[in-house]
Write a protein that binds this ligand. Structure first.
Ligand code: AMP
Length: 270
């Protein structure tokens, strides 16, 4: 396992390396990340995992500061997995050059998290553009947990490169809660609430199978969840999984949620 701290290290390591699998992360590694890494190890000659808490994608400074960081533990996990390269850049390494063009989302993409976290995806697109240009991976492994991120990276970044995005299923714990680094910020009682809310939505999705007016049922569900779990739901929406347009069908659609549990923002999709 080689730890690469800057772009010189990175270029040296990747020189004459082909078929690179890339797993971008912000650290705080858990089994969700590990599933992506294992898939890359299986499918590619060399696997590079980056750990970079990207300040540009945080629309809230407090959120950036309290984001869980545990590089020591992360490195132990990565060593055990026999990952080839770990890229741990400083902010200056990534943002050495200015962008020629300002990153702007089309209005039709200003939905879900893009609507509520202003500048977030512009920051994600910026860093992914820079990383893809530097690493030139054959495949980038990303989780469905962040479905909108995956969708936008395909649309705005990798279409310009010879890189394929590999979409990986969301890993959940035994109580259905999607694993997330942010779960580390929750108390046990809050984790319990998040798990119950998730199970409720999984059952709800199953119950929609033959329903006609899904959006009406979703509006009722939003009210019910707010009351039942005392959370603040930012959005609960059913959207087509190929174009993210609002959908009134179960087929080819996913239910997307973002909610606050005691100031911690959680997202999921079903
Ligand atoms: P993050 O470190 O949160 O930026 O996530 C890095 C990558 O891991 C992203 O592609 C995420 O979608 C993916 N990821 C995060 N949580 C999970 C999970 N529970 N299951 C599968 N992939 C995940």
């Amino acid at each position: 396992m080689k730890i690469l701290l800057n772009n010189i290290d990175l270029n040296e390591a990747l020189y004459a390396t082909s078929n690179i699998g890339f797993v971008p992360t912000m650290g705080g590694l858990h089994s969700g990340h590990i599933s992506l890494i294992k898939r890359s190890l299986r499918e590619c000659n060399k696997t590079l995992v980056s750990i970079f808490v990207n300040p540009k994608q945080f629309n809230n400074k407090k959120d950036y500061k309290k984001y869980p960081r545990n590089t020591k533990k992360d490195l132990l996990i990565l060593k055990k997995l026999k990952v080839n390269f770990i890229y741990l850049p400083k902010e200056e390494e990534i943002y050495r050059y200015r962008n020629k063009k300002k990153i702007k989302l089309f209005n039709k993409d200003k939905i879900l998290c893009a609507k509520y976290r202003k500048g977030h995806f512009e920051g994600v697109i910026d860093v992914m553009e820079r990383l893809t240009k530097m690493i030139k991976p054959n495949k980038i492994f990303m989780g469905e947990k962040d479905f909108q991120q995956l969708y936008l990276i395909k649309k705005y970044v990798t279409k310009n490169y010879n890189t394929k995005i590999i979409q990986c299923k969301t890993v959940r714990n035994k109580k259905n809660l999607a694993l997330s680094s942010r779960n580390l910020l929750l108390k046990k009682s809050e984790l319990n609430i998040a798990s119950k809310l998730t199970t409720n939505l999984i059952l709800f999705k199953k119950s929609l199978f033959n329903s006609k007016n899904i959006n009406q049922l979703i509006a009722l569900k939003k009210k019910e969840l707010n009351k039942l779990f005392n959370v603040k739901i930012e959005y609960l929406e059913n959207r087509n999984k190929y174009n993210l347009k609002i959908s009134n069908k179960v087929k080819n659609s996913k239910i997307f949620i973002a909610y606050y549990l005691n100031n911690i923002r959680l997202i999921d999709n079903f």
